[in-house]
Design a protein around this ligand. Sequence first.
Ligand code: FPP
Length: 271
Amino acid sequence: MNEFFQNWNLDPLKLPRHVGIIMDGNGRWATSRRLPRVAGHKKGVERVNEVTEFATKCSLQALTLYAFSDENWRRPEEEVSALMSLLRWYLKAERNKILDNNIRFRLIGDRGKLSSDILALASALEQESAGNTGLNLCVALSYGSRGEILRAVRRVLEKIESHELYPADLDEQTFEDHLDTSGLPSVDMVIRTSGEQRISNFLLWQCAYAEYFFESAPWPDFTSEIFAGLLRRFSDRERRFGRTPEQVQQRVQTDAPRAATPIRLTSVKGS
Ligand code: FPP
């Protein structure tokens, strides 16, 4: 076992392949310090970088970060605009680090609602990083799971209409191939910070067999130490996927119904 895993007391064989994080509590973190809400979002970007680095060192296959939900468009214009500026800044500032660290970047969500410059920056990074083989870093932006599922249904129907696909051939894997997360493993672990215990329209299909962790710290206080602690707790959970505990003893930890299928990294889908 290499030094990193030893130092953090992590078992590389018992780590999740795909972690999804609902980064909640930026606003409350800032308000409790009498700071404007955007200060919490800025601090949140530092945590995004720290957690991405940690996930890379853990050799996780995928990390999906919920940066802006479909519902977040309802926030005051000033906050939406500040968040978009931060995301724009992030895409420019982190580009080289993402490429240098062999990270494959992907944007998931309703691209139609994003400004053309953010879309251009994200698409360029998706293309530049498409050949990378390390961590798949997904940023969920203007994202809602129900909307994603509907977009996938539309893609499937278009293929049925053009006889590219026959209804009888539509199985779970084929449907999954039409989601924004196509080619990524199912989500094994979901973390939500700031004490709220909701899933908020996040990766509903992909989280069918996920383990959930609700962390009291707000996102701006989410450190590598907290992340490592949650990963250790994940390793201790018995994942049965419908089997009995006795059956599980005989199988490997990540043997989900379809999670056991080889991961196919497909090209990034457009809108
Ligand atoms: C939820 O906290 C957080 C958000 C809506 C934004 C998350 C965005 C970032 C962490 C920064 C940008 C992300 C990337 C990937 C660069 P909240 O504001 O709802 O907190 P509250 O519930 O305390 O009000």
